[in-house]
Every structure is written in structure tokens, then in C-alpha cells.
Design a protein around this ligand. Structure first.
Ligand code: RP5
Length: 166
């Protein structure tokens, strides 16, 4: 059974990354979460990546802030898809993490999403879209989710129009 691995550089990234696990949970996608750091625990990070690939991980989601090298360090050790979530920790509010995550050298891609909670959420959707390539029932869940989004926006518009009497 394939699953998604979520890595975070610090426990301080967890509040943002709960937006990611919430979506994976809604879509009934299996995942495991670990705190491991490219800078503070480089050896353990490397060993963990090797271990989890052997256990059936299909996609990595890596979240880090500041000089965010976790996603790149993981991508250097696997050819599985790696999604990077820049976290808005530190005095530069995530701009540092965005550049550190997205600016990978050619040949070692990290699919980088938006900074913070929106990115965390989209990382889950992107991982789901990758898994859905070989899972028709998950693909249908994603179609249904988009339809629910559409209905929600329509309902928002209806409320505003009603409030304005238009
Ligand atoms: C990064 O440094 C972590 O991913 C976190 O976003 C940031 C700050 O870490 P802490 O000092 O809060 O542990 O490695």
C-alpha cells in the first residue's frame, strides 16, 4: 500500500502542515509524518528517506522555513516526486524559504507550492493528483472535491447578492 511521507524541519512547522494532513485525511490517503532536519539531523534524514522508500512511500511532502533545504536534500536522495512547502517562519516571512525550496539545480526537481498554509493544503492536493494517476476512485474524489469548491463559491456569491438585494 503506497503512502505519502510528510517531513518537517521543526515542530514549529506543524501548525501550517496540519492544513496538509487535514486534506490527506479527507481523501483517505495514508501518510506518515516525521520531524527531521536537513541541517540539524542530516544523517538521520538521509537514513529515514532510504528506509521509507523501501517501505512503499510514493510521494514526499517536505516543509521547512528559513534556509529551507529539506525538500532539496530529500530530492537529492530519491527519484520519487518531492513537493516542497516553504514555511513562513523567521524574519523574512517565508520569502527566504520560498527561494531556498524552489531554486533547485536542473535534474533534481522540487515541486514547490505556495508559502505557508495554502501551500501545505495544495501539497496534499498535488500528492493526491499524483497518486490518482493510478487510482480511479481517488481521481473521482478529486473531481467531487472541485465540484464542492465550485458550489461553495456559488453559495458565497448568492449570500453577497442577497445581502445587497441584487
Ligand atoms: C527550519 O527552521 C524549520 O523548518 C523551521 O521552519 C525553522 C525554524 O525552526 P525552529 O527554530 O522553530 O526549530 O529548519
Amino acid at each position: 500500500m503506497s503512502f505519502v511521507t510528510i517531513l518537517m524541519g521543526s515542530e514549529s512547522d506543524w501548525p501550517a502542515m496540519q492544513a496538509c494532513t487535514a486534506v490527506l485525511g479527507q481523501l483517505a490517503i495514508d501518510f506518515e509524518v516525521r520531524v527531521t532536519s536537513a541541517h540539524r539531523t542530516p544523517q538521520a534524514t538521509s537514513e529515514y528517506v532510504q528506509d521509507v522508500v523501501g517501505r512503499g512511500c510514493a510521494v514526499f511532502i517536505c516543509a521547512a522555513g528559513m534556509a529551507a533545504h529539506l525538500a532539496g536534500a530529500v530530492a537529492a536522495r530519491t527519484t520519487l516526486p518531492v513537493i516542497g512547502v516553504p514555511i513562513d517562519s523567521g524574519p523574512l516571512s517565508g520569502f527566504d524559504a520560498l527561494l531556498s525550496t524552489v531554486q533547485m539545480p536542473g535534474g533534481v526537481p522540487v515541486a514547490t507550492v505556495a508559502v505557508g498554509r495554502a501551500g501545505a493544503k495544495n501539497a496534499a492536493y498535488l500528492a493526491a493528483q499524483i497518486l490518482a494517476l493510478n487510482d480511479p476512485s481517488l481521481a473521482q474524489k478529486l473531481v467531487d472535491d472541485r465540484a464542492a469548491n465550485q458550489a461553495n463559491v456559488q453559495a458565497q456569491n448568492d449570500r453577497i447578492q442577497a445581502e445587497l438585494g441584487s
